[in-house]
Design a protein around this ligand. Sequence first.
Ligand SMILES: [Zn+2]
Length: 499
Amino acid sequence: MKPLTTGRLALGVLLATLAAGQPAQAEPPRADNPWYQAAQARLQQLKAGMPRQGKAKNVILFVGDGMSISTITAARIFQGQQQGKPGENHRLAFENLPWTALSRTFNTNAQVPDSAGTATAMLTGVKTRIGVIGVDESVPRGDCAAGQRGRVETLLERAEQAGLATGVVTTTRITHATPAAAYAHSADRDWEVDSAMPPQALEQGCVDIARQLVAFPYGDGLDVVLGGGRRNFLPASTADPEKGKGRRADGRNLIQEWQQGHDKRRYVWNAKQFAALKADASAQVLGLFNPSHLQFEADRGEDIAGEPSLAEMTAFAIQQLEARSRKSGKGYVLLVEGGRIDHASHGGNAYRALTDTVAFSDAVAEAMRLTSEQDTLLVVTADHGHTLTISGYPKRGNPILGLVRHPENNELALAADGKPYATLSYANGPGAAIHNPRQRLDEAAMLEKDFHQPAHVPLRSETHDGSDVAIYARGPNAWLFHGALNQQVIYHIMADSLF
Ligand SMILES: [Zn+2]
């Protein structure tokens, strides 16, 4: 009520002044106010920031899978609070990048998109259908023959043909939608391994995504590949070194095939081998650290044979690509995906989504440290959002995973049913079944990593959301990232900077 009263009073004074025929006196700026001072400092910084024109030697694209703007805000508060600081004013690493834009994520046939269509937009420059990889919108999902006609060249294919070094790093299976869109063409994102393909597609000559990776036909092949999904490279008869068996029906061992005839191709599959790797200009590296996806960051310590963090994989990939680049005199293109932010939100589990967002931010921080804005275009974005919301009017400093408390009196805010409610919730997902009918929420449990946020519509898997996502950038041509962009423009800015 207070601001309204003041507003009315001020308006009254203004009208009285005008009626008396005197000029109105403007309020002097509150130069002693810390918010005012902080904004003045920021203004000077903004005015000093000049667009950097010209070509980039290297391009690094970071994709936080499912990293909606609400996820960024919540993760920023979460990390700040974990560091004992006021979270609302905290910054994730990529929030310090100077240029930003909005990205419209829809697929050609879907209002709310999936990772296959969106990654294809970012890596080939054309929007396409939901569920397809590296092909245009003429290809119905699952239509092998149409897929072979509708292929679209990817940024990494172009880069390899131009003699640049290339890399793909992810926390998901390396054959999963986002990384696959860097090197594969498939009418169905689920064709990660031959045993997952319908017989007709195999008869028509379609090749699974894992095989497309090892047989990447451009330049000298991908130079650094780090992620999960080992089972898609091993025969069904072969035991995985950590757990389970391979998934290939054709009996091929793609890891051996990738190494055959190339004595400088190195394969690693656990944390110890990874830690022993050294950047080597003449080597190419394949690291497959889990049969399926890598662990969530919150669970990484519990992995059987150990696995590197996204930040560690990113740092190694950059050093390795830099080494090759020094030798060739040409630059590199690297895709890094924080892929499990998405999976945690599908599970309705904000704790893991936020810890994976923080791990993603740490990976960007490594890239910011290891590269120069003079020659490297760094782009950070998401492929699509999730339905996470930050709601109620919780007081400043309230635990982001907790119950809403009033800003003035610190008391729990109560809903119409007389029960308290959470700041974070999802529009749909498993949380709806768990918390319905609404029970009194146990705040201690809410702060733990296994809590499922309340949700509205019961679904086994929470869905993506269709809101725009953010793009952050620095380096040559980064200033072109401004305004409300269609997602495929990201490719065009990156390609224009390189070629
Ligand atoms: Zn998803």
